[in-house]
Design a protein around this ligand. Structure first.
Ligand code: SAH
Length: 239
């Protein structure tokens, strides 16, 4: 599960330290290539072939300028042995750590897909705000909810109990890891999650996930662009 979230304390800290600073350097952590590619095209980013990352790691970095923003999108890349996207918390935390060190972002955005629960009627794009972004959520009509993270796509009964007990409304495989590192290194972070599958629905999760991945990635792409347009030229206190 993602760590408990004390909104009041967080707002206080944010107000004291960073609110007037304008946002100019944005780091995206995106787990799957399918999720990242449309954004790389949209923002016209270029792949960094002479990577700042350690030699041999599969991590991929795209970067460039979009409007007034300097944007980095990083992905864990394909697992060296198995050739699949390096989803999950282990690679997400390492990649986040290395990217913050290398690019010194003002803000981290973890964008990706997630499973939703039908009982909460979450069918579109959901957002968990670790950094308090009331204006952004209102302006773009984003749903705000608690995100739960675990290292499997399917939900075990133990997970289910914990997820319900903590009122989580979406479930992914990276968010808590990114939140952990962001907190460790004191970088504000927001989460943008588009729902691919209804966990408590009728269809097997993996099947539904693959069926919806392309369409949902399109929705994610549109929302991320709106978020970046909204952030452009603003300070932390304005989002
Ligand atoms: N094809 C593999 C990989 C899917 S991983 C498989 O079937 O196992 C799923 C990715 O989408 C992760 O990056 C995760 O963050 C996100 N995701 C989408 N739906 C999810 C769900 N219901 N539970 C957990 N993660 C989900």
């Amino acid at each position: 599960m993602a760590p408990p979230h004390d909104e009041k304390a967080e707002i206080q800290v944010n107000e004291d330290s960073i609110s007037q600073r304008s946002i100019s350097n944005v780091l995206f952590i995106i787990a799957m290539q399918t999720e990242a590619s449309p954004l790389v095209n949209k923002f016209q980013l270029t792949e960094d072939l002479d990577s700042v990352f350690p030699k041999g790691v599969p991590w991929v970095r795209y970067h460039g300028k979009y409007k007034d923003l300097s944007i980095n999108i990083v992905c864990p890349g394909k697992d060296n042995t198995l050739g699949v996207d390096g989803v999950g918390t282990v690679s997400a935390s390492l990649l986040t750590y290395a990217s913050v060190q290398a690019f010194q972002p003002d803000i981290i955005i973890n964008a990706g897909t997630a499973g939703g629960f039908k009982v909460f009627d979450l069918y579109g794009v959901g957002s968990r705000q670790a950094f308090y972004t009331p204006n952004l959520a209102k302006e773009l009509s984003l749903k705000v909810g608690k995100l739960s993270t675990g290292d499997s796509l399917d939900m075990s009964t133990v997970d289910e109990t914990a997820i319900h007990a903590n009122d989580a409304t979406v479930k992914d495989m990276e968010g808590a890891a990114v939140a952990y590192v962001a907190d460790l290194l004191k970088v504000p972070v927001i989460f943008l999650k588009a729902v691919t599958d209804i966990i408590d629905g009728d269809k097997p999760t993996a099947e539904e996930f693959l069926q919806n991945l392309a369409a949902v990635t399109l929705a994610l792409d549109q929302t991320v662009t709106q978020v970046v347009d909204f952030i452009n030229g603003k300070s932390f206190s304005e989002i």
